[in-house]
Design a protein around this ligand. Structure first.
Ligand code: ADP
Ligand code: MG
Length: 307
């Protein structure tokens, strides 16, 4: 069973449990809990495991602290929300409980301070031999500003808020032992697009939004499935300094992908700066047609799956 099949199974299993008016759960970047005053809280959790998401010999504890928070803030940004607080749970093996843990917290504190996000609680336990980090982040937004994966409309332009593929190219450098190269630094220290996410949240012409954590090929498909639409992507418009494989299937770029009415995109570019139109939402089955200069090409970019 694949990762997304497993999650679909969980979603079905719990569909009838709890009050659906109180919280809308599994399937978006964050769960949404309406406060009843025109605003909602949003929640997200992400786990980072030593050996799977980071190597302690390749990244500093401070970088791992920053990244643990950044990947969660990225999901808050994808909803158009403002991050408010996090809960941090740490599993620490012997040898990482003092100096390493303090340096980790320095990084976590830096990014918390940068975005004004409180640390509201968590848990600290001993782990047998590897570091485990779990962060739950909480954000808030006006209901009118919330952006979901399910609101893409035929005719929308598909845009991304930054260049793609640097993180994957950086990971290759890390695995080759170049831990301090500029691309390795991008891989280790992603900058969540919180400001862009909130700005886009306020634009009524932005319809759907998601953050790019698994690669555009995978993340755009989530938007298509949730919205019941298809997409055409112009490969010559993908903003990257690397291969299309890195840009479309690499993951961990933590830029935002959104869909918006086509006539507003040029204005957004002038106001926000980095916005790249990469394709269009079309009617039809939830699949991506890859085009080069308007002509369909075969492409089988899939994006990252955990299992
Ligand atoms: P993201 O990459 O934005 O963090 P994921 O692909 O990890 O999203 O998860 C997709 C959806 O499935 C999210 O709504 C997430 O909260 C939910 N999800 C993932 N794993 C679990 C789990 N073990 N139990 C419940 N919900 C889960
Ligand atoms: Mg996400």
């Amino acid at each position: 069973m694949g990762e997304f099949e497993f999650i679909e199974g969980i979603k079905r299993m719990f569909a009838a449990v709890g009050d659906p008016a109180a919280i809308q759960g599994i399937g978006d970047d964050c769960a949404v809990m309406p406060l009843g005053d025109g605003r909602s809280l949003v929640f997200t959790a992400d786990m980072l495991l030593e050996g799977t998401h980071f190597l302690c010999e390749a990244a500093t504890a401070r970088q791992i602290g920053r990244k643990s928070l950044a990947v969660n803030l990225s999901d808050i940004a994808a909803m158009g929300a403002r991050p408010v607080a996090t809960l941090l749970s740490l599993g620490l093996p012997a040898g990482r409980t003092s100096g390493w843990a303090e340096e980790f917290m320095t990084g976590y504190h830096e990014l918390s301070q940068q975005f004004g996000v409180a640390l509201a609680g968590g848990d600290t336990t001993r782990s047998r031999d590897r570091v485990a980090v779990n962060v739950t982040a909480i954000g808030i937004a006006d209901d009118a500003c919330l952006k979901r994966r399910s609101d893409a409309r035929p005719g929308d332009m598909i845009c991304v808020t930054g260049r793609l593929g640097d993180s994957t190219a950086g990971l290759r450098e890390v695995l080759a032992g170049n831990y301090a190269s500029p691309l390795a630094l991008i891989h280790h220290d992603p900058q969540p697009h919180i400001v862009q996410g909130q700005w886009l949240g306020q634009q009524a012409d932005v319809h759907a939004m998601i953050d790019l954590s698994d690669g555009l090929a995978s993340d755009l498909r989530h938007v298509l499935v949730a919205s019941g639409v298809g997409a055409e992507v112009d490969l010559e418009c993908i903003p990257t300094d690397h291969s299309l494989e890195d840009a479309l299937a690499g993951g961990e770029d933590y830029k935002l992908l959104f869909t918006a009415a086509p006539d507003v995109v040029e204005r957004y570019r002038r106001e926000v700066g980095e916005i790249y139109p990469v394709g269009r939402i079309v009617e039809g089955a939830p699949r991506i047609v890859w085009l080069r200069n308007g002509m369909p090409v075969e492409g089988d970019w899939r994006g990252f799956v955990h299992f």
